[in-house]
Design a protein around this ligand. Structure first.
Ligand code: FAD
Length: 477
């Protein structure tokens, strides 16, 4: 291994091959549930360096198959399914893309931006905004997640109902494949039917097929105004009816529709008492709507007023407030985005990032809640998520007074089986936007069709025959 590490030092420079000291930042997952041991953390600064690192590792593994060497691509390490941290073997190299953080080009006429994989999402949003344009990928981790990780996981976020997942926002990729060759696929074309669309293989592959080093992404005109409304609803049925109404009233202006259960917001109020919740926490659910107008704030407000008057009259809502200005709009989003952190402060819970057809969400939650209560009396649901996409973070917190660690140890497997069986019964997916990582590999094997798993294995083996890239994640071969 020493000769390998020396060769890598020669490529990226000694200060960028980390082997000693505290490597927790790269070895521990965001939720602090797993702590691995890396052979080294390697931090290349260019696509050429990534290619040489991968090629060197591939040759080493070919010559030393028993070494068990492998590479784990890592961006901001905010993933929630343990896909970006090494296992405990000490034989995995973390390939951190964080030094590759340049915006290479912005083409305002083509409405595209080309950026390196290690660019922080928030920096991309700001680069687009400085040019009067919008990069519409948004999520609570945007201050630290990277575009490589967003593409690697095909991240969703809060604007999917209008702009799609990261996949829909990507026109071209630059990739270093598992052999260390560079695929220059940085196209800014919106139409290109020249055979298999390779970019879609790498998007969502969670580092198991190659390393994304740069991407060309779609931009959009910046809206003149974005306003939010905070709406109390009596039930998820009401929330779904409100969504239909919002689509009809706001059309393409509807850019966000998030639902939050009462208990999820109670946790926010408990752990962030400085945040002001605009309506009393008495309703079963609350909805955060965002309306983007290309005309003016007055236009967005008038549209909201029309929508909310109809919603109240048609019993699609109990009460509603519209943000007075941009600062209040941001405060409402901040409340929503504080839910994951409030949960973390409350103690570990059993997380599920599931999707079912939007129309099935109320029945899914009712049926699954009942099954859970029958199995473990007193469990508390922390439900929130992107209702506009049929994506719910259906998380299960220990009953009051039960230590979270004890609850997880005793009930995690049972709760997961119960929830995922229910997801399957409602025609849903066990992972809507976070991916599979290592956390859900066995679950995927249980719930995905054998034909689909077989084709995934064929792709993995064809593109990465040495099993160098993030082995054991997504699909086992
Ligand atoms: P990492 O965590 O570093 O990596 C994630 C996966 O991508 C790993 O499998 C890794 O190997 C692979 N990868 C990373 N870089 C590359 C690369 N250059 N080439 C190939 N593979 C690569 N996710 C959502 O979808 N929607 C949300 O709303 C959302 N909200 C979140 C809120 C919080 C508070 C947190 C902590 C996370 C949230 N996430 C969300 C999950 C996470 O932020 C996203 O999955 C994000 O896209 C991960 O980016 P990252 O740079 O941190 O990737």
């Amino acid at each position: 291994m020493q000769t390998l590490l020396d060769a890598l030092r020669h490529i990226v420079g000694s200060p960028h091959v980390l082997t000693d000291g505290d490597l927790t930042t790269w070895e521990q997952d965001w939720r602090k549930r797993t702590h691995g041991k890396a052979l080294a953390v390697v931090r290349p600064a260019s696509t050429d360096e990534v290619a040489r690192v991968v090629k060197t590792c591939a040759e080493f593994l070919k010559n030393n198959p028993s070494s068990g060497l492998s590479l784990v691509p890592q961006g901001g390490n905010t993933g929630l399914v343990v896909g970006s941290t090494p296992d405990a073997s000490g034989r995995q190299i973390v390939l951190s893309l964080q030094r590759m953080n340049a915006v290479r080009a912005l083409d305002a006429d083509n409405l595209t931006l080309t950026a390196e994989a290690g660019c922080i999402l928030q920096n991309l949003q700001e680069s687009a905004e400085a040019a009067g344009l919008l990069f519409p990928l948004r999520m609570a981790s945007e201050g630290s997640c990277t575009v490589g990780g967003n593409l690697g996981t095909n991240a969703g976020g809060t604007q999917v109902l209008r702009f799609g997942n990261t996949r829909e926002l990507c026109l071209g990729l630059e990739v270093v494949n598992a052999q260390g060759e560079v695929w220059h696929g940085l196209s800014g074309l919106r139409k290109d039917n020249t055979g298999y669309d390779l970019r879609h293989l790498f998007i969502g592959s969670e580092g198991t097929l190659g390393v994304i080093t740069a991407a060309t992404l779609k931009l959009f005109p910046l809206p003149a105004a974005q306003l939010t409304a905070w709406v109390a609803v009596a039930s998820l049925e009401q929330a779904v009816r409100l969504l239909g109404l919002a689509h009809r009233h706001l059309g393409a202006g509807l850019t966000g529709f998030e639902v939050m259960g009462q208990f999820a917001l109670t946790l926010v109020a408990r752990h962030f008492p400085q945040l002001r919740v605009p309506l009393p926490l008495e309703a079963a659910y609350f909805v955060l709507l965002e309306n983007s107008s290309h005309e003016s704030e007055a236009h967005a407000r008038a549209q909201f007023e029309g929508l909310l008057a109809t919603a109240l009259a048609d019993e699609c809502a109990l009460d509603a407030v519209v943000a007075e200005n941009l600062s209040q709009t941001r405060q409402l989003w901040h409340l929503r985005e504080s839910i994951p952190l409030a949960q973390a402060l409350e103690g570990l819970n059993i997380k599920h990032d599931i999707s079912v057809p939007i129309s099935a969400i109320p029945d899914f939650v009712r049926a699954t809640d009942a099954l859970l209560q029958a199995a473990i009396s007193g469990v508390r649901g922390v439900n929130f998520g992107h209702l506009g996409d049929g994506n719910l973070h259906y998380n299960v917190q220990a009953p009051e007074g039960v230590t979270p660690a004890v609850f997880l140890r005793e009930f995690e497997a049972q709760v997961n089986t119960l929830v995922f069986d229910s997801v399957l019964a409602f025609g849903g997916s066990i992972s809507a936007e976070h991916g599979v990582g290592s956390l859900k590999v066995a679950t995927l094997e249980k719930y995905k069709s054998p034909v689909a798993l077989g084709m995934m294995r064929v792709i993995k083996q064809a593109l990465d025959p040495l099993n160098l890239m993030n082995p054991g994640r997504v699909i086992r071969v």
